[in-house]
Design a binder for this molecule. Structure first.
Ligand code: ARG
Length: 561
């Protein structure tokens, strides 16, 4: 049963407001003493306080049976749900739906093409790529859970002028054995060397441009080199994806769409005025207050923008996308404004395109630069997190079975959660101690709470099929947990509407905190079998929702830790 929907129906008849409007107005009051739902009466008349009173009088005889009472408080009309009803509805539903609790048809029929992760070949998998990967992965899972049809595209950075530089560097100074030993580190070294040598000899730039052009023209030898760099890089990326447990529906990146660029440009030129400027093909966006878009370089080479135009047209057609979501850092904001503007000018529906941008993940060591070679290797970060988690587990629970597996789950979970618990727009400062702490807003805290719930359930022998007396619920700490469980689906809807997984992460923190307060206050193992059964069912429900919720963030929940 959806209480909010029922209240909307009640108010729809009385206020003549539209359902969507009502849905937006009705909120959950921050203080439970103000009820479970609040309706602000500002839209009903000049004096909302009076309107709240009037509305209360008008509906007080027509209340559905799940409502305990309504109260007018200032401009608000507050609704209180009966404890027994909300407990019964919620806990029965969680138990019945188990792993599917929270799932719905909310996004039925909607195809969402998601562009995320997209590391660059021959370069280290960066922290920005980690952010994109974990945010994308979590949104993908949540979309699926809510009935959407998401498609994940790993738009690999496997084409562009940098390959010209690499080919020049490798041909001049490269060593096959070194390359195979540690491909990305070695390619990075060559890339850095190239930029150092350019300082002395500018003609190298020309040479690199020519090398890239030869790639575009299909030069076999250079293509074979490129192929090798790509294969070796992907192998390394695959290791990271395995640690994170992430997969993709498509790996069609810049090299693939590069072949579609001429066709895409022809398509765009039918609708949008282009011009030649110093031999290059551009679209002037001055009228739109944006810098021009470069679609083709003077030597005929494609550009990052033109490859994105081709990718967009390809995906719209192939997947019949309703939405195209790009999970890319805020530093490319202007870039996507230009891209979307161009597509809009070419008569594509602007509303379909979303740049869900994010801030930086900052390390105490400072900002990274691939050109100078000072980078933090993500794989090292993940491995370090696993080692630290192992140490903590060794201290806290030395007899634990599968210590290594649990350490991996906890360490990796901590890194993912440090990212997802923040609004993606914000910058995050990386902090090992904070991230791995068993207290505070961390994955280990939630995982530990989940393991605690599992342990309570193991110790008791609950037969949850037994009849539960839902009248037994009523203590504040119990009801807070029940209501949070009831609101899980709403937290998920918020995630998909805003493309922000932190709404779910923060929800899980609240649930874990509420559960720990409940556990502190209310003994679960009790003489009174009725109370015990009811509370065990509550523990069981919390365990399930924590597990489901973490799963949607891409984090596992061990039974013991
Ligand atoms: N590979 C690019 C980078 O690392 C990000 C690609 C983003 N996606 C896109 N369709 N442009 O900066």
């Amino acid at each position: 049963m959806n209480f909010k929907e029922e209240i909307i129906s009640l108010l729809e008849k009385e206020t003549k407001l539209k359902r969507e409007e009502l849905a937006n107005f009705i909120s959950i009051p921050p203080d439970p003493k103000l009820g479970d739902y609040a309706f602000p009466c500002f839209k009903l008349g000049k004096n909302p306080k009076e309107e709240a009173e009037k509305l209360k009088e008008a509906i007080k005889e027509k209340l559905p049976s799940f409502i305990l009472k309504i109260e007018a408080a200032g401009p608000y009309l507050n609704f209180f749900i009966k404890n027994k009803v909300i407990a019964e509805v919620t806990l029965t539903e969680v138990y019945k739906q188990a792993k599917r609790y929270g799932s719905s048809n909310f996004g039925k029929g909607q195809v969402i093409v998601m562009d995320y992760s997209h590391p660059n070949i021959a370069k280290p998998f960066g922290i920005g790529h980690l952010r994109s990967t974990v945010i994308g992965n979590s949104l993908y899972k949540t979309f699926q859970f809510l009935g959407y049809k998401p498609i994940s595209v790993n738009h690999l950075g496997d084409w562009g002028t940098q390959f010209g530089k690499l080919i020049v560097a490798y041909t001049r100074w490269g060593d096959k054995k070194e390359l195979e030993k540690d491909p990305i580190k070695y390619l990075l070294k060559l890339y850095v060397k190239f930029h150092a040598e350019v300082e002395k000899d500018e003609t190298l730039n020309e040479e690199a441009r020519a090398a890239f052009k030869s790639l575009e023209d299909g030069n076999r030898e250079n293509l074979a080199l490129w192929e090798e760099f790509k294969e070796l890089s992907l192998k390394e990326f695959e290791r990271i994806y395995q640690i994170l447990d992430v997969t993709f529906d498509s790996y069609k990146g810049e090299a693939f769409v590069n072949k579609l660029v001429p066709e895409a440009i022809t398509e765009i030129e039918k609708k949008v005025e282009t011009k030649i400027s110093e031999g290059a093909l551009i679209v002037d966006l001055e009228k739109e207050n944006l810098p021009p878009i470069l679609l083709r370089k003077s030597d005929g080479a494609s550009t990052y923008h033109s490859r994105d135009v081709a990718a967009a047209l390809y995906r719209l057609k192939k997947y019949k996308a309703d939405k195209m979501l790009y999970l890319v850092g805020s530093e490319q904001k202007l870039y996507f404004q230009q891209l979307f503007k161009l597509l809009e000018l070419a008569d594509y529906n602007r509303d379909k395109f979303v740049h869900a941008d994010f801030g930086l993940f900052r390390f105490p060591e400072g900002k990274m630069s691939t050109r100078k070679g000072n980078v933090i290797f993500l794989e090292d970060v993940l491995n370090q997190a696993i080692i630290l988690a192992e140490k903590i587990i060794e201290e806290k629970n030395p007899t634990l079975k599968n210590k290594k597996d649990v350490a991996k789950i906890v360490g990796v979970g901590a890194v993912i959660f440090a990212d997802l618990s923040n609004d993606r727009i914000r910058n995050i400062d990386f902090d090992w101690d904070k991230m791995l702490s068993f207290e505070g807003e961390t994955a280990p805290y939630i995982q530990y709470t989940h393991a605690r719930a599992c342990s309570i359930l193991r110790k008791s022998e609950l037969d949850v099929r037994d009849k539960i007396n839902f009248e037994r619920f009523g203590i504040e700490e119990e009801m807070r947990v029940v209501k949070l469980l009831y609101n899980f689906p709403e937290a998920l809807e918020k995630v998909v509407k805003t493309y922000k997984p932190h709404h779910l992460a923060q929800y899980l923190i609240s649930l874990a905190q509420a559960f720990n307060e409940f556990y502190h206050k209310c003994p679960v193992i009790s003489e009174d079998k009725n109370i015990m059964k009811a509370r065990l069912l509550l523990v069981d429900s919390v365990k399930r929702v924590l597990e489901n919720g973490l799963g949607l963030l891409g984090i596992k929940a061990p039974e013991e830790m």
